[in-house]
Design a protein around this ligand. Structure first.
Ligand code: SAM
Length: 361
């Protein structure tokens, strides 16, 4: 199973992202002996084999269901096992676009961390390009390597390296050819120490872009000094503040509507009181000796006989439901933002290096 290609039908050994809800996506590798147990019920892997990706699957008992989704870099970011802080899609998509990374690009990334951004980069550079990713923490390096292998990314287009890029630089021996990176992404505590080593591995024939991802302004300041010292120009720092924007229409409510509603509340109250009075006159008061069944029966009857009719039109909530945009009413367009969206806000420092004139001729 590869994050680069597509597959129609789920088979044994495939990675499936079981979508339980927006905040609950569970990665599973299909093994016909296993069952996915969730709060929505049980889903045997054997029954997933042969289904198309995207299928809604019902649980074996009960009424629960899940969706069986094709892995994508964006869904992986939402479901991956966290080993570190990760880069989320609002940042990764912006960085990719800003650095002009596309199919065929050659990208350096350090550190690999939980390989969230690595999956998005690998998908973007595709088999024509290459991602060189570096991680100095051995257990994280091994985990990421295993994941790349399982996801069909190791070798083409990903080479992962176990090394300290601040001390030992980016040159590697496990790749046949030159790195010649056209884009660099540094998500490290001290990116300024790594910048010094980049000149040996970036392309000398093309414009090269770099982005350093740092949560503190003090880190940005040191990064700016290093970028200047090593000849990077067009420096810009930005911060992504992701917001979900909801746009919809809302019914215009008039004072007359409020008056109508108050009158309606009063009518329902009086009608309810009158019906209760009639009910008690007809059925008498409840008696202490009534059995549980008689009490229940009486409650049902009381509910039924004292029910007051619903209002025809109520713009404030309960009552007859009005279809959104119904032309009989006035509507205005409104928008609101969601306060918090999952994205790790860091400062993004971008800079570029032009190809040197001698190397372009
Ligand atoms: N961008 C990653 C993602 O989206 O999953 C998360 C990166 S995580 C915040 C930073 C990683 O850099 C850590 O795993 C850390 O071990 C690694 N690291 C820190 N200093 C390093 C260095 N000098 N060389 C290589 N890796 C380093």
């Amino acid at each position: 199973m590869s994050f680069i290609g597509y597959k129609d039908t789920i088979g044994e050994g495939d990675l499936v992202l079981a979508f339980l809800g927006r905040d609950a996506i569970k990665p599973i590798v299909i093994n016909k002996e296993e069952t996915l147990n969730t709060r929505f019920g049980s889903f045997p892997h054997a029954q997933m084999i042969g289904l198309k990706y995207g299928t809604q699957m019902a649980s074996i008992k009960g009424y629960g269901f899940i969706h069986l989704l094709q892995p994508s870099a964006e869904l992986w970011t939402l479901s991956l096992p966290h080993r570190t802080q990760i880069v989320y899609t609002p940042d990764s998509s912006y960085i990719t676009q800003r650095l002009g990374i596309t199919a065929g690009s050659r990208v350096i990334e350090a550190g690999t961390g939980s390989a969230s951004f690595s999956h998005a980069l690998a998908r973007t550079v595709s088999a024509e390009g290459h991602l060189f990713t570096y991680e100095f923490h051995e257990p994280r390096f091994l985990e990421a390597k295993k994941e790349f292998e399982e996801h069909g990314l190791l070798g083409t287009p990903v080479t992962i390296n176990h090394r300290d890029v601040c001390k030992d630089g980016f040159e590697i021996s496990n790749y046949d050819g030159d790195v010649k990176a056209t884009s660099v992404f540094l998500d490290l505590p001290a990116p300024w120490e790594a910048i010094a080593h980049l000149s040996q591995v970036i392309s000398q024939d093309e414009k090269v872009g770099i982005c350093c991802f740092s949560p503190c302004i003090e880190q940005v300041s040191k990064t700016l000094d290093a970028l200047k010292e090593y000849g990077w120009t067009s420096v810009q720092m930005v911060e992504i503040q992701a917001r979900r924007w909801e746009a919809r229409q809302q019914m215009v409510r008039q004072v007359d509507d409020a008056v109508l509603r108050l009158k309606d509340v009063k009518r329902r109250k009086l009608e309810g009181i009158e019906r209760k009075r009639r009910f008690y006159a007809e059925h008498g008061q409840p008696r202490d000796e009534d059995s549980e069944q008689e009490v229940e029966k009486r409650k049902e009857l009381e509910k039924e006989e004292t029910k007051v009719d619903r209002t025809e039109f109520n713009p404030f909530g309960r009552g007859l439901r009005i279809k959104d945009g119904d032309e009989a009413f006035n509507w205005i367009k409104v928008s609101k933002t969601e306060a918090e969206v999952k994205s790790h806000t860091s400062y993004l420092t971008f800079a570029f290096k032009q190809a040197t004139p001698s190397s372009t001729t």
